[in-house]
Design a protein around this ligand. Structure first.
Ligand SMILES: NC(=O)c1ccc[n+]([C@@H]2O[C@H](COP(=O)([O-])OP(=O)(O)OC[C@H]3O[C@@H](n4cnc5c(N)ncnc54)[C@H](OP(=O)(O)O)[C@@H]3O)[C@@H](O)[C@H]2O)c1
Length: 237
């Protein structure tokens, strides 16, 4: 009898980096893929199943805490990838309350609701891996990023504290910090030719998932090799 595949839960799996992570992990894991867009989730599921995974999709808005808790109540996973995120990049005084709240809901509060849903299973089994997609914006700052950058700094504080809490219980916590990635998160009209691809970030997740059981790699930062140059000559990305 073949042993069952490990199971990965991925948020924001309908497109971009989350989709790429789903397709990468589908080679070795069964998947639960969540996002709001049902059609896009169905498309990811088809491609992940073609790669050998059994796939469950859950359409849920991460901004709705009760719905998240209910939707994930019976999910048991070996790997959680907290990937979903939203970014509205504009000067602070131009941010609407809704834009502010959406970033807090998805980039920050959902980390509580999603992680809280599956972490007890991981600690009771004495193994598991929580991987959160942060950003180089988690330690850099830029004008127009007051809320988004703040949420990504939160990811770093949250993840390191959680890592220190649960590593003695066999659960790994890691952060992937991408630089600029060509996805729909990037404002339209931006030159994306120099950016890395979602699949490049997925390889960082693969690297973390494949670390030996006794090894905890906490941070992987992945950037374009040749970043965009600003007019002042400083690099970005
Ligand atoms: N792109 C970059 O340059 C970059 C750089 C560093 C870090 N990151 C981080 O990488 C992660 C993925 O970003 P991406 O670039 O792949 O963005 P993306 O292409 O816009 O994808 C975002 C994903 O999050 C999901 N999502 C958004 N709001 C949601 C909500 N309220 N409820 C449930 N799911 C929601 C979306 O699915 P639905 O719309 O179907 O719900 C989608 O699957 C984010 O955490 C982002 O901060 C991105």
């Amino acid at each position: 009898m073949t042993s069952p595949r490990p199971h990965a839960l991925i948020t924001g799996a309908s497109r971009g980096i989350g989709r790429a992570i789903a397709l990468e992990l589908a080679r070795t894991h069964d998947l639960t893929c969540t996002a709001r867009n049902k059609d896009a989730l169905a498309s990811v599921a088809r491609d992940a199943e073609a790669a050998g995974a059994r796939v469950r999709t859950i359409a849920v808005d991460l901004a709705h805490a009760d719905a998240v808790t209910e939707a994930l109540a019976d999910v048991a996973c070996d790997v959680l990838v907290n990937n979903a995120g939203v970014a509205t990049l504009k000067p602070f005084l131009q941010l609407s309350p809704d834009e502010w709240s959406a970033m807090l809901d998805v980039n920050v509060n959902a980390l509580f609701h999603v992680t809280r849903a599956v972490l007890p299973g991981m600690t009771s089994r004495g193994r598991g891996h929580v991987i959160t997609i942060g950003s180089t914006a988690g330690r850099n700052t830029f004008a127009g990023g007051s809320c988004y950058v703040g949420t990504k700094h939160f990811v770093m504080g949250f993840s390191e504290c959680l890592m220190l809490e649960v590593r003695d219980q066999g659960v790994k916590v890691s952060v992937v910090m991408p630089g600029s990635v060509e996805t729909e998160l990037v404002p339209s009209g931006t030159d994306t030719s120099w950016m890395i691809q979602p699949s490049d970030v997925a390889l960082a997740v693969r690297h973390l998932v494949d670390t030996p059981p006794h090894v905890l790699q906490y941070i992987v930062e992945v950037r374009p090799l040749t970043p965009k140059r600003r007019r002042d000559g400083s690099a970005r990305g």
